[in-house]
Design a protein around this ligand. Sequence first.
Ligand code: SAH
Length: 247
Amino acid sequence: MPVRTALAALAAALLCLASTQAAQDDRRAERERMVANIAQLAAAGAATGSGRSRRLDPDVLLALRRTPRHLFVPQSQQSRAYTDGALHIGYEATISQPFIVALMTDLLDVERDDVVLEVGTGSGYQAAILSQLAGQVYSVEIVPQLAQRAAAQLKALGYNNVAVRAGDGYAGWPEHAPFDAIIVTAGATRIPAPLVRQLKPGGRMLIPVGASSRSQRLTLVRKDAHGRVRSERLLDVNFIPLVEPPR
Ligand code: SAH
């Protein structure tokens, strides 16, 4: 290739890279406001369960600052991507309110080398946040179209330590178990036994549990070093129902 053509190609490639980065970053100011609002809500003790002031982990806030939420929602919802509300993402699924994503991520207390399971990939946003805090994230989504879309978007945005599988997450992902942490982002009527089994001793699981399919208590399940399991109900939440096998 003649030098001039090569230089022109390089310039075009750089321009293209710059414009993709700009496209991701042109919502940075909104994102900063969203995160400041979340930190303030937690500090005020709003909806944290205890009513006590909570200081969210700076690494969790940093992950929220860096993650382009607008690229995880349909075009029609993009203008509202940085408001603190849940948004529809198709197939009856919703992407959770950013405050709840922040709070749940904080409560999950993920460490750098942790292997984390998410049940209910949805848009892939929660998985993207977790991937910045954990070693590896496995996420299961029951709607194949959502699983496929989230997997493609996570890959395109460079979240390389996330694997998505289309399937029933009630059964977990036994091939990659045990997990340091499990997060269920759909409302269950009971704590799935397979997920408890797939939790490491010392591990924790966050799951919305409730008799009604529209309102649940966010529940923290801990397995101690001896395998004993304890659960603690934290706060009221509203998730779409988890698809569960009949009792
Ligand atoms: N965490 C998602 C939001 C999830 S909404 C995000 O960040 O966007 C809840 C999702 O759980 C929906 O996409 C729904 O299809 C999925 N779901 C419901 N039951 C499921 C099951 N048994 N296994 C896997 N996914 C399930």
